[in-house]
Design a protein around this ligand. Structure first.
Ligand SMILES: [Mg+2]
Length: 163
């Protein structure tokens, strides 16, 4: 566990996270953020490339678990689309939701990774929980506040570029 705002790796899109990379990291459980990681804000569907990517991971034996701060119906909708468990109102940057996902799935922290788009919530929560942090670029800025927050994340948005 560490109070760090730095991700371990960085990707342009969640779909670049491959089973091979996860295997190399020793990761069996991939915890997914929702908003701007697997879908833009407000949508209730997953794009086909994301569905195909998730299916590919599952077929390769990677377990998926949604951990979202979202309070609405979207975590449940996406979890049922992917047929995976979920936790909503996770309260990231608190590591509580991530730890609960580890507990429910019986996974050690070093065997898990979090894929998320934010520094001050996802990255901090992952590092506090001791899981690998895989940072992705936000899918879309739907308002100026998101762009401003991204600007303040820039000093921390490095990480070993992969692929
Ligand atoms: Mg997000």
């Amino acid at each position: 566990m560490s109070f760090s705002l730095c991700p371990e790796r960085k990707f342009d899109s969640v779909t670049q996270i491959t089973p091979e990379l996860l295997r190399a990291l020793g990761v069996e459980l991939l915890i997914l953020d929702v908003d701007n990681t697997i879908a833009p804000y407000k949508t209730l569907t997953l794009e086909e490339p994301v569905l195909a990517w998730a299916r590919g991971l599952q077929e390769a034996g990677v377990r998926l678990f949604i951990v979202s701060n979202n309070k609405g119906e979207r975590p449940e909708v996406f979890a049922s689309l992917l047929r995976v468990p979920y936790i909503k109102r996770a309260g990231k940057p608190s590591p509580r939701g991530v730890r609960e996902a580890l507990r429910l799935s019986g996974t050690a922290p070093e065997r898990a990774a979090l894929a998320g788009d934010q520094i001050y919530t996802d990255t901090l929560a992952a590092n506090l929980a001791g899981v690998h942090m895989l940072l992705v670029e936000p899918i879309r800025f739907t308002n100026v506040l998101l762009a401003v927050r991204y600007f303040f994340e820039l000093p921390f948005r490095h990480g070993k570029r992969n692929l």
